[in-house]
Ligand binder design. Structure first.
Ligand SMILES: [Zn+2]
Length: 564
């Protein structure tokens, strides 16, 4: 990010966080910085998981920026920014959009060993998908990769550039062998750690490892009962978990080279050790006392002899008032969420809210127009067109996806565009030019065109009733209040409309004349808006009526006829 204006950085929460990380780095004398985050792709990934991805992407990029400014080029260059997909984890639940007949038999298998769903049965809204994204999904080798790709598309759209790592690659290539051996050899240490950190007594013959059953292919059903330094003994159990049944196979197998994986509480710090991760935040649900983060930290230090990675406990995104969780299947998916705004505005949502605070976002309220307004204001502060909080200006800079920060330009207000585009007598570009006070540049015109896509999506799916200025598909309940005379006026109006090919100006005159000779202009126009908009006023009547699909218009007149 080339910040030409050299915005005051020290006060923005992300700059403060990065300063803390760099102080920690000096104290620990860390020679290489590796930022990481992880996710199990157990189905459609929901918006909540974007919080971590954006936070880690900001951290990696700001670290690089700060280090370069401090002349620490080699540390800046060696910085690594990864996202791990835990695709060895077992399928432990069936998302409701999956066909049970196809997927029930796969419960308990590692996610990367399960076939990808068909596009029309995957539960993802693909209406906004690009051809390239569709091709990616069609080429997905397995279930985990399919849903991971769906999520990757979403966070790439927001300009996140993490390198992707597949956990099963680490296991199969033998890169995890060393941590597996350490974990099996030091099993007594785990018992001490579980007791101290979580006050939990592990069973006698417990091992932090599960093998993929060579007979039935399941991993969630196997229990390791012994380790002789070369092989583990295991049983594939019928009743180990209630979501999958094992095949009762017993045997011995090498735990290395992808034959199984560490249990997830151990798997997390094992990845830190194997990859060299030293900066990784976690959602607040992991960071309660005695929770999985405390456990991972203790294992990291005591079993793997590693310094604890820098932690950033971060808060949730609440969408429509409910906590985003992929296992509960509530709320919008990450793909749907990122389709709501252009990349820079989407990034701004995360750059402008402290990671320790909940983002509460209800797309059906005014949250989307408000977000665009905040973004525009931040831009104007950065461009010194408006006085204001410099942290907003910094958030604007951090929200840019490319290298260059845009030069000052006019930004047409989202909610104005939403109004103009629904008023057929108005030309959006003329109105925007009037609002600007001068002619629009090509860039400004193209940005308006881009914004109109998001405006149309908002109007179609989320905009509150008071922002809807297009003819309703169904007869509004309010139409019952139309008087006999008003109903009659609407029937005559339809005859007028059908009598010739109208120009809007001429039609407006004719409507006036018809109104004066019947119910009078006030009741006449209110009848039009009541019947089509459920409102008392609206766009100019002639332009409005001519913009309505004639079939819908005639259907409405029939509905009015049948009112009594
Ligand atoms: Zn089995």
């Amino acid at each position: 990010m080339k910040d030409q204006n050299n915005t005051e950085q020290s006060k923005h929460f992300l700059d403060q966080l990065v300063n803390e990380i760099l102080l920690w780095q000096k104290k620990e004398a860390t020679e290489k910085l590796h930022v990481d985050d992880m996710k199990t792709p157990s189905g459609r990934v929901h918006t909540g998981a974007l919080r971590g991805v954006l936070l880690h992407d900001f951290i990696a990029k700001i670290l690089q920026e700060h280090l370069s400014k401090q002349g620490q080029e080699s540390l800046a260059k060696s910085l690594v920014n990864t996202y791990v997909f835990n695709d060895m984890d077992p399928m432990d639940g069936l998302p409701k959009y999956l066909d049970e007949k196809l997927y029930l038999e796969h419960m308990g298998k590692p996610l990367y060993q399960i076939p990808a769903p068909a596009l029309d049965q995957c539960g993802i809204d693909l209406s906004k998908i690009t051809n390239q994204e569709r091709e990616d999904l069609l080429k997905a080798n397995n279930f985990a990769e399919f849903y991971a790709l769906d999520f990757i598309h979403a966070f790439r759209k927001l300009g996140c550039s993490q390198e992707i790592i597949w956990s099963h690659d680490l296991y199969e290539s033998g890169q995890m062998d060393e941590v597996i051996r350490l974990s099996l050899d030091k099993v007594a240490l785990f018992k001490k750690i579980y007791k101290e950190v979580a006050e939990y007594d592990l069973p006698e013959n417990w091992y932090p490892f599960q093998v993929i059953c060579p007979k039935c292919g399941k991993i969630g059903t196997t229990l390791v009962t012994d380790w002789d330094g070369k092989e583990v003994s295991f049983i594939c159990q019928d009743d180990l978990v209630n979501w999958a049944k094992g095949c009762a196979y017993q045997g011995k197998i090498s735990p290395f080279a992808g034959n199984g994986k560490l249990l997830w509480k151990v798997d997390w710090p094992a990845h830190w050790r194997t990859l060299g991760v030293n900066i990784e935040g976690a959602g607040k649900d992991h960071t309660s006392a005695g929770g999985s983060r405390d456990m991972a930290n203790a294992i990291c230090q005591e079993v793997f002899n590693l310094k604890i990675p820098f932690n950033i406990p971060y808060e949730w995104i609440l969408i429509r008032g409910s906590k985003m969780s992929s296992s509960k299947g509530v709320g919008t998916s990450a793909r749907e969420f990122t389709a709501l705004f252009p990349a820079n505005v989407g990034r701004f949502l995360f750059a402008n809210k402290h990671y320790g605070q909940v983002i509460d976002f209800d797309p059906r309220s005014m949250a989307i127009p408000d977000l665009f307004d905040d973004y525009d204001q931040a831009a104007r502060i950065y461009w010194k067109e408006e006085e204001g909080d410099q942290r907003l200006a910094r958030a604007f800079v951090l929200s840019q996806v490319g290298e260059e920060i845009p030069q000052a330009h006019f930004l047409a207000r989202f909610r104005d565009l939403a109004l103009w585009v629904q008023y057929p007598e108005k030309d959006v570009f003329e109105e925007a030019s009037k609002a600007k006070g001068s002619a629009l540049s090509d860039l400004e015109k193209s940005l308006i065109k881009e914004r109109l896509n998001y405006v149309e999506l908002w109007l179609a799916k989320y905009a509150p009733e008071e922002f809807q200025w297009r003819a309703r598909k169904d007869l509004p309940a309010l139409a019952k209040e139309l008087s006999k005379e008003q109903q009659l006026f609407l029937l005559e109006l339809e005859n007028l409309l059908l009598s010739k090919q109208w120009q809007a100006e001429d039609l407006q005159q004719a409507i006036f004349a018809l109104a004066k000779s019947s119910v009078g202009p006030k009741l006449a126009f209110s009848a039009i808006y009541t019947a089509f908009l459920a409102k008392k006023s609206g766009p100019r009547a002639a332009w409005f009526l001519l913009s309505i699909d004639p079939k819908l218009r005639q259907k409405r007149i029939e509905e009015i006829k049948n009112l009594n």
